[in-house]
Design a protein around this ligand. Structure first.
Ligand SMILES: [Zn+2]
Length: 278
């Protein structure tokens, strides 16, 4: 069962990536500073490294943990008597809410930001950015997710569907595409769109420290961390230039990306909490 779900998640990942890479080729919103194949190569290298290390260290133990928690009958989900599709839908919403707070903590807690910064240090944003995560962040987040699993107790099926949906949504909202304003308004009222998330990657931290949602955009509005992207989603030169204010030349150095959390001078790249709404 788990092997089938695992394969399904991989198919969604590869299919989603290929589809969005194709759409970016046809309808790219922004021009590129670097050749796309270089971006793909660098970020695929990071993803491969993460897949090998994190799968052994965290992914497999996490799966065993889900099965164990399920066998023990732990988790709030059972208190509410949720089963079948109701359990899957509610679990996805609850886990997405957990993800929102976890992402927010990654920006607010200095220690966590040291790792999450690797994702934000990309000076451009496209579907390959969704592969760019420091292994330290993935490892720490695996421990945090183990806590969610204990608290909520999702079924393995709900967990896999949630993880597949997160990976698909991350590919989608990092993609270098955009929608006409009217479509954007309707879409971003429900889910996180590329324009919505591009604002989160803005150099200007008044936007970069907002819009933390992953799947559903409601969390930012509910917990007052929403910042409306600039009209037209301008991201190339203007308000939403992408990346971090400092160390912009180190965005494609594998050594810098991996060792940055250990550097003491990296505090300059801290995600400064915004004090005023844009
Ligand atoms: Zn972030």
């Amino acid at each position: 069962m788990n092997i089938d779900l695992d394969t399904g998640k991989l198919v969604v990942f590869i299919g989603g990536f290929a589809l969005l890479f194709g759409l970016e080729t046809l309808f790219s919103k922004r021009g590129y500073l670097r050749p796309r194949w270089k971006r793909l190569g660098f970020h695929a290298g990071i993803a491969l490294f993460n897949m090998v290390t994190i799968r052994v260290l965290a992914y497999v133990p996490l799966l065993m943990w889900i099965v164990y928690v399920e066998q023990q009958g732990w988790g709030l989900r059972r208190v509410f008597g949720l089963v079948g599709w109701a359990e899957i839908i509610v679990s996805i919403i609850v886990l997405d809410a957990f993800d929102y707070f976890w992402h927010r903590a990654n920006h607010r807690v200095r220690f966590l930001w040291r790792f999450h910064k690797a994702h934000h240090s990309d000076n451009e944003m496209d579907v390959t950015t969704s592969l760019r995560f420091h292994p330290g962040e993935l490892l720490i987040s695996a421990f945090v997710k183990a806590g969610w699993i204990l608290v909520w107790g999702p079924t393995a099926v709900a967990w896999f569907l949630f993880e597949a949906l997160v990976s698909l949504c991350a590919q989608f909202h990092h993609a270098n595409i955009d929608f006409p304003d009217r479509v954007e308004r309707v879409l971003s009222a429900v889910i996180v769109t590329p324009r919505y998330h591009a604002a989160h990657h803005a150099v200007d931290r008044r936007w970069g420290d907002r819009n933390f949602s992953t799947i559903f955009s409601v969390w930012d509005r509910l917990f007052r961390s929403y910042a409306r992207p600039a009209d037209g989603g301008e991201t190339t030169n203007g308000k939403h230039a992408i990346g971090l204010p400092d160390a912009r030349e180190r965005d494609f150095s594998p050594v810098a990306v991996l060792t940055d959390p250990l550097r003491n001078d990296n505090l300059g790249l801290r995600s400064n909490a915004a004090s005023d709404q844009p």
